[in-house]
Ligand binder design. Structure first.
Ligand code: ZN
Length: 328
């Protein structure tokens, strides 16, 4: 009787709603109601229920926990949403700001501050001073090079059988006096160089210090060079030398901080033998790095010919010459 009386008693409205929601929660949707996955029709149902004000209860019952706030996403191809700011003078605490998720900025290409050898085979036969650099002073400063501007007027010369063709035989549009670089190597005389060569020389100094420490346990204090600018043709070839454009330097000696003096002539070692001394290993490895790492286009050592038995010739010609290895 009690049960029958109970069944006939009207249920309180809260229990009716609770029973209805429990039944709803046992529906197969319970396993599928997710924000980012599941059946498309289930998500659509949740979305519609949400619009009708029931989405929270439906998802709470079927998923076990209420859905979190939607992820803030910047729409593709549009500006990021503005960040909310509290009104001026408002005493209430600032609302929680939702930071828009923006794509990471692309990495800037790594551009070395020093120059690199020209590896374009299409201009190997161009006879001309190097093309000036747009922002030479700024690049020199960024590379921590001390310098003063210099002037090397261009001298033109008629060439060819007809005599009509004209080339710049000497000079450079962009010359500087190199006073020192970040590797703190001094010179017997401040070299006059093109801007590109000044940048390359600063990098060469750094590599020279690395190799000196590695092979000799010492830093280099001074370079002795034989010259950079000379208005002349190349001795062996009927071709304008890079020295004509101040685009080359000849290094003869290096003085270490402990006072030891190394020269290409005395310390490069016998050409037919593997380097057997530390100075020889140092000099040869330095020359190879200068070429292989494109510090210079042309690196000539005693391996190249007898004219270079006592110095390294380094330049930034448009062509490339590797004179750092024995002839095969
Ligand atoms: Zn030279």
């Amino acid at each position: 009787m009690h049960a029958s009386a109970d069944s006939q008693r009207p249920r309180p409205p809260e229990r009716e709603v609770s029973r209805w929601l429990r039944r709803l929660s046992s529906w197969p949707l319970a396993d599928r109601c997710t924000v980012n996955g599941g059946w498309p029709w289930a998500r659509e149902l949740v979305a519609r229920a949400h619009r009708a004000g029931l989405g929270l209860a439906l998802c709470w019952l079927s998923c076990g926990e209420p859905p979190g706030p939607p992820l803030a996403r910047a729409p593709l191809g549009t500006a990021p949403a503005p960040v909310a700011t509290p009104p001026a003078g408002a005493g209430s605490p600032a609302p929680e700001l939702v930071k828009p998720i923006t794509a990471p900025a692309p990495l800037a290409p790594v551009v070395p501050d020093y120059e690199q050898a020209d590896v374009d085979p299409g201009n190997d036969f161009v006879v001309a001073p190097p093309v000036p650099i747009d922002d030479c002073p700024r690049r020199l400063e960024r590379a921590q090079i001390s310098f003063t501007p210099s002037v090397l007027p261009l001298k033109r010369e008629k060439v060819g059988r007809s005599g009509r063709e004209e080339v710049v035989a000497c000079g450079a549009e962009q010359a500087v006096v190199y006073l020192g670089g970040p590797a703190k190597i001094r010179y017997n005389a401040a070299p006059t160089l093109t801007c590109r060569m000044a940048l390359a020389l600063a990098r060469f100094e750094e590599v020279a210090q690395e190799q000196a420490i590695k092979h000799l346990g010492q830093r280099i204090a001074r370079f002795k060079h034989l010259g950079t600018y000379s208005c002349r043709k190349m001795v062996r070839f009927d071709f304008v030398s890079e020295h004509s454009y101040a685009n080359a330097i000849d290094i003869e000696e290096m003085l270490l901080e402990n006072g030891v003096r190394l020269s290409v002539k005395k310390n490069f070692g016998a050409l037919e033998a593997a380097p057997s001394t530390r100075p020889s290993q140092f000099l040869r490895s330095l020359a190879r790095r200068a070429f292989d790492e494109r510090l210079f286009s042309t690196v000539l050592t005693p391996f190249w010919d007898n004219l270079h038995h006592d110095h390294f010739h380094l330049d930034l010609a448009r062509y490339r010459v590797d004179g750092t290895r024995p002839h095969e």
